[in-house]
Design a binder for this molecule. Structure first.
Ligand SMILES: [Zn+2]
Length: 719
């Protein structure tokens, strides 16, 4: 396959509304950085862009929460994210921001170009509006009770308690987060991207062209979006924080680009800024078909990068991504990682606890990069544990990699006067040759692993090579051979052979050390740099073209003393982190409970508390079936009861139900319901009732039917 002329690598723009945790780092930033460092070392033309996503309701909400302005929020968190990423060795060529004027101009021009060519649709819809503050209430500006779990602090776009994604219309008892008042419906006009028109294009491009080479989880998610059918998506929002629409456009007043539309354009404006800073032309990176564009993203960003942004790019005549590698989620100590619940390790926390400390520094940056890559959720969810981190550091980095390099240097100083010994072909044996073959083979494996986004495997290949080095040295035992040199009864011939064997062993181990530095460099750049210092070589040696080569260090070259590459992690450090995590999440939970209590007491009707937890087997005992009410009549002398005939497909049932005060019997015939079909029969007012109808009870104690999609037909099981 022909090599691309240039590479453009992007990492998902982090939202500048708070610190980001190491799960984010492991998802979109570290894998991209490994890939980019590899490409750079291979001499490819590559630009790595990212930046802060600074628009949208989550920013303005955070500003309200912190009682400040959106500008101050984005300035604060942009600076934090930028320095965190730099501290952890994420080597962006530019870390830009979407509040930059160049981005506003680029995003506005993008919108205008689509609109001028009639590619956007303008539609009026009714949306929630807060009359007191004269504001349309999008997403997080509206709160109410979750229709799924009953949590009364659900937002218009999502319930944070149960995770269901919502639309404002689904909220029960909606209220404005600005004034607390119930909103009214008001008409507003927005521009839409008619995604439904591009389904065929997307199907061909994703499923046919890339169905085989993209990750299965990415293709699978795209397919289910496509199968569900695409809808036109609003690209504008009624907000005052964001990219303004082009001046003079009728109806654009008070509107900005919707954040999902402007954010990915941030990759383009970042590239423009980078090009301007380096006197380069940005256009080939976005327009030339011989550019390879790769978006590294988290799982929650798949739809934007595989469905929506590609439609935008193709309409604007830009290139499409060649791949969109996305990881699954990384959990933490048995639970989902979440900043809002305090169950997380923020990048900033890790840096404070392990990097900006006396016994930390760059080696602890590499330790984190190592563990996050070793447990990367490349194909399924994975889990970070502090014990696992300690094990990886102590028994892999320290005991295998660090140990090999350290022993090689110590023995070279002890047995070879601190110089690279010669290789004596006359006593070269199979074990020596096998080591050189392993270097070459591993170089090929690591290279193909990285090129196929299999970073875990590639990293294990490097560790495995170091493991082979340890085994080789253990078999050769140069320290035993060294005793021969001191032995009085040894012949000159015996001494010569011992000398040559020592030389061959340490020569081989030193060339292997140089190779390990090259192969480890994309993953652990600080370690590779330390190794260069020890070997007294310039970093140019780390160029990938040297990977697998046998003669990287010249014979007779004198090397420095060994440096400590990694330090062990103590049990006490693990305990401190575990306690810290627990304390943090408990403190946040307490605060949340207090806040909830106050809101419940002052403004909110209480929602029914959840019943005690059950196991699945408890639930599985209940046989739920779909059915249709075929007749309904009042039960004499019982003002609450209705006698219903329900068709379950395979039989008709008589069910007595206490809903007479909530429904009109003549109106409910034909209604789809869900029936508890294996409830023991019981007599009510002389009528045998065979089952129970499921009803939902709202905060005013009114009952509503629960029903399935009519397509399910009667008698379907519900689970
Ligand atoms: Zn919920």
């Amino acid at each position: 396959m022909q090599q691309p002329a240039r590479y453009l690598i992007t990492s998902a723009l982090p939202y500048a509304n708070g610190p980001k945790h190491i799960g984010h780092l492991a998802g979109a930033y570290l894998p991209a950085d490994i890939y980019v460092r590899y490409l750079r070392s291979a001499g490819r033309d590559v630009v790595f862009v990212c930046g802060s996503d600074e628009h949208g309701a989550a920013i303005t909400m955070q500003a309200m929460k912190e009682k400040t302005t959106p500008r101050e929020i984005v300035d604060k968190y942009h600076a934090l994210l930028k320095s965190n990423m730099a501290d952890l060795g994420i080597s962006f060529d530019i870390y830009h921001r979407t509040s930059d004027p160049l981005h506003h101009e680029t995003a506005r021009e993008f919108f205008q170009s689509l609109n001028d060519r009639g590619l956007l649709e303008k539609k009026s819809t009714e949306q929630f509006y807060d009359e007191q503050t004269e504001t349309f209430l999008a997403d997080r500006y509206i709160m109410g009770t979750c229709p799924v779990c009953g949590y009364d602090g659900a937002y218009g776009d999502q319930c944070e308690k149960c995770g269901t994604s919502l639309s404002p219309e689904q909220l029960i008892q909606p209220r404005s987060t600005l004034s607390g008042a119930p909103p009214v419906k008001k008409s507003t006009t927005h521009w839409y991207l008619p995604l439904d028109k591009y389904e065929t294009f997307l199907r061909e491009w994703i499923l046919e062209k890339h169905g085989g080479d993209w990750k299965a989880n990415v293709v699978g998610q795209c397919k289910s979006w496509l199968d569900a059918g695409l809808q036109p998506r609003a690209v504008t929002r009624d907000l005052d924080w964001g990219v303004r629409l082009p001046e003079g456009l009728p109806g654009s007043e008070g509107k900005v680009l919707y954040v999902w539309f402007d954010a990915p354009i941030g990759y383009i404006s970042a590239t423009k800024q980078w090009a301007a800073d380096h006197q380069k032309d940005w256009q080939p990176y976005w327009n030339s078909p011989d550019t390879k564009l790769v978006h590294f993203i988290g799982k929650d960003n798949i739809v934007f990068h595989c469905i929506i942004f590609p439609v935008m790019l193709s309409l604007k005549g830009h290139i499409l991504p060649d791949n969109v590698p996305s990881n699954e989620f990384m959990n933490l100590e048995g639970d989902k990682m979440s900043t809002s619940r305090g169950w997380s390790i923020e990048m900033d926390e890790y840096i404070r606890d392990f990097v900006h400390t006396e016994n930390g520094g760059p080696m602890m940056v590499d330790a984190l990069r190592y563990y996050l890559t070793a447990i990367a959720p490349e194909t399924k969810d994975s889990e970070f544990t502090w014990k696992g981190f300690q094990d990886a550091l102590n028994s892999e980095l320290v005991a295998i990699f660090g140990n090999f390099v350290n022993r090689t240097f110590v023995l070279m100083h002890k047995l070879c006067q601190g110089k690279v010994p010669a290789l004596h072909p006359s006593c070269l044996d199979d074990a020596d040759k096998a080591m050189f073959a392993a270097m070459k083979e591993t170089a090929g494996q690591v290279s193909s692993g990285i090129e196929q986004y299999r970073f875990r495997d590639a990293l294990f290949d490097v560790i495995d090579l170091a493991r082979k080095g340890n085994r080789y040295m253990q078999e050769k035992e140069p320290w035993i051979l060294a005793k021969k040199l001191e032995q009085n009864d040894a012949t000159e011939e015996e001494k010569k052979i011992a000398r040559e064997k020592i030389d061959n062993c340490l020569h081989t181990c030193l060339q292997l050390t140089a190779n390990l530095a090259i192969l480890m460099n994309p993953f652990l750049p600080n370690t590779a740099r330390s190794m260069c210092r020890m070997m007294k070589v310039v970093e140019k040696m780390l160029d990938w073209e040297n990977a697998g080569k046998p003669k990287l260090l010249s014979v007779g070259y004198s090397l420095r003393a060994p440096e400590l590459l990694f330090r062990k992690m103590e049990d006490s450090e693990v305990l401190i982190q575990l306690e810290k995590l627990k304390a943090k999440s408990e403190a946040l939970q307490q605060q949340k409970n207090m806040n909830e209590q106050t809101t419940t007491e002052t403004t909110q009707p209480a929602h029914t508390a959840l019943k005690p937890e059950i196991v699945f087997d408890d639930f599985a005992k209940i046989d739920l079936r779909t059915g249709t009410i075929v007749s309904a009549e009042k039960v004499e002398k019982a003002d609450k009861l209705l006698k219903l005939e329900v068709d379950l497909g395979f039989e008709k049932r008589t069910i007595v139900s206490g809903i007479a005060q909530h429904v009109n019997p003549t109106e409910i015939v034909g209604k789809q319901v869900i029936v508890v079909a294996n409830l023991a029969p019981r007599k009510m007012r002389g009528i045998e009732s065979n089952g129970m109808i499921l009803m939902a009870e709202d905060a005013q104690d009114k009952l509503h039917f629960v029903s399935a999609d009519a397509a399910a037909g009667n008698g379907s099981t519900v689970s």
